[in-house]
Design a binder for this molecule. Sequence first.
Ligand SMILES: Cc1cc2nc3c(=O)[nH]c(=O)nc-3n(C[C@H](O)[C@H](O)[C@H](O)COP(=O)(O)O)c2cc1C
Length: 218
Amino acid sequence: MQTFREELRAVPSVAGQAPDVDWESVPQTPHELFMEWFRHALTQGVPEAHATTLSTVDERGAPDARMVILKDVSAVGNFKFATSDESAKAQQLLGNPNCALTLFWSPVARSIRVRGVAHRASAAESAADFRARHPLARAIALTGQQSSILTDGADRIAAITRAEAAVQNDDTLVSPLWSVWTVVPSSVEFWQGDPGRDHHRLRYVRDGAAWERQRLAC
Ligand SMILES: Cc1cc2nc3c(=O)[nH]c(=O)nc-3n(C[C@H](O)[C@H](O)[C@H](O)COP(=O)(O)O)c2cc1C
């Protein structure tokens, strides 16, 4: 019988179709290349290409990570996501704003890593993001207590039902606990798988107002 280790070894990795890239003529800023790669990923049917792992550290310096949805990349190249202020990630970022975002797009054998510092966006930006969310997502956020231990499921369902009615009655209702976070990158790495396993890596490192580009060994 196959061991689990053998089962794992039999799973193909970096099996996607990596497109050709002229690494000498990439854009000068990482956000331009990010948008090029993102739009290409959509044309190739990459599912949920906007899902990214957000890594943070807690008050003991222990790392933590979870998925979030990328909400925007600003004109100056800052990455945005949104969450509840009550969540572990928000609490961790308030204590230590250093964080990382990691995306992997299997069908095109591409991954992107962002390292930077996160800060909470303005109340107006967070409110606009909140109002753009699905009504049920708004109701759940208004119910609050993200990442707390569930004790009474029935109570929670009743609270969500009340919040749904409130959202239906007032489309402008906003949770004061919902925040957009802006990740200001210090480096952004673009990784592209190679069928010959000589994978390609290009890192942009912030250098004042400009970006230095570095090719890295895989
Ligand atoms: C694909 C995907 C996207 C998600 N997007 C978000 C998001 O945008 N914001 C959010 O707060 N949680 C999102 N979640 C849930 C988080 O991964 C996580 O379970 C939750 O935010 C609690 O994390 P925390 O306790 O570390 O704060 C998403 C989960 C998945 C699987």
